[in-house]
Design a protein around this ligand. Structure first.
Ligand code: KG4
Ligand code: ZN
Length: 340
């Protein structure tokens, strides 16, 4: 089954063609970062207007690069939830229109599921049960999977997502946008190791996260006299260390309490090299295998959307024109969305 994937949930406009579950023919990503940078974050209205301008030419380019025409496409997959509603609507409208005109199925894919299935592109079909840690700009969730598109959320963030905390700290420090890669780079230059920040919810006994308090601790430190004695690089490293410590500790305890020994990481923050290294070494010490896709498959892209749809089809989840765009949507029940 050859699937055209469409991704417009936030500030990346992407079109991809997947010729098989692990066969990415083309995966084009038109980033809007330059457009939003001056505002220090994504402006929803600007994002959806840009998606509208970019998506059709991007799909045409994807087909051209692949040497294919619309007639070679067997199904369309689109991120339809969660995300910025205006941005999602652009992708959903394009996907449904194309599918209707071509008389092929259209799959509405949950964006978190898409991030998880980025692992399948790189590592092949999942071996269940497994745990997935999704760490992105909008989500921080530990999810148990016992079959394709069978999700049980073990814990989520109560406030800011990990990526959101990276972005907000970078914005406060006037480092630029998006904050994650900038903080990662600056943290590498830190010399002193004395500074530490609190590890939120570390001992809560749950798999829930909270990064808003950590962000406030960083801001309070920067405003204090102590803040004047530390370099931006030290602050970035101490902040990043705190985020990583919480993510690693919670993932490890989820693996130990469920007895599941395979963990997938996914989402933009999973591109962070220090997090990848820390997660790998700590999980491997306990005999747990870690899978993390290449950084380009961690951040938003349409190939992961198409791959998730491939396994929706395999799991017998129906496609359907009843699908709509939703700013929020329950991952555990979203497959019903396609009916209709
Ligand atoms: O998955 P993604 O592309 O979009 C969402 O679904 O949110 O994730 C974007 C988030 C941003 O918050 C960005 O700062 C963060 O991922 N990010 C990183 C890194 N690269 C992207 N965070 C930490 N380290 C990185 N290298
Ligand atoms: Zn994403």
């Amino acid at each position: 089954m050859r699937i055209l994937g469409i991704e417009t949930s936030c500030d990346e406009c992407s079109a991809a063609i997947l010729s098989g579950p692990q066969d990415v023919t083309v995966n084009l990503v038109a980033s809007q970062v330059d457009l939003h940078r001056i505002y220090g974050g994504v402006v929803p209205e600007i994002a959806c207007r840009r998606h509208l301008e970019v998506i059709n030419p991007l799909i045409d380019r994807a087909l051209k690069q692949a040497g294919l025409s619309f007639r070679d496409i067997d199904a369309i997959a689109v991120s339809n939830a969660p995300g910025l509603i205006g941005a999602l609507l652009v992708g959903v409208t394009v996907a449904k229109t194309l599918a209707f005109a071509l008389d092929i199925p259209v799959y509405g894919v949950n964006h978190l599921a898409a991030h998880i299935y980025a692992n399948s592109i790189q590592f092949g079909e999942f071996d269940f049960p497994l745990l997935a840690l999704v760490v992105s700009g909008g989500h921080t969730s530990i999810i148990e999977m016992r079959g394709h598109h069978n999700f049980k959320i073990l814990g989520e963030t109560r406030d800011d997502a990990a990526g959101e905390a990276f972005d907000k700290v970078a914005k406060y420090m006037r480092l630029g946008y998006p904050g994650g890669p900038i903080i990662e780079k600056l943290a590498e230059k830190a010399e002193g190791k004395g500074l530490t920040f609190p590890r939120p919810m570390l001992k809560s006994g749950t798999f829930e996260f909270s990064f808003s308090g950590l962000k406030t601790a960083v801001i309070n430190h920067l405003r204090s006299r102590e803040g004047e004695k530390t370099t931006p690089a030290e602050v970035c490293r101490a902040f990043q260390d705190a985020v990583i410590d919480v993510l690693v500790t919670k993932t490890l305890s989820a693996a130990e309490s469920t007895g599941i020994d395979r963990v997938l990481m996914a989402g933009g923050v999973a591109a962070n090299r220090s997090l990848r290294n820390a997660m790998k070494s700590n999980l491997e010490k306990k005999g747990i295998r870690l899978f993390v896709p290449s950084p380009a498959l961690c951040t938003d892209n349409a190939a992961m959307v198409a791959c998730a749809a491939y396994y929706m089809n395999k799991a017998g989840i129906k496609s359907g024109f009843g699908l709509d765009a939703h700013a929020t949507f329950d991952l555990e029940n979203y497959s019903n969305e396609n009916q209709g």
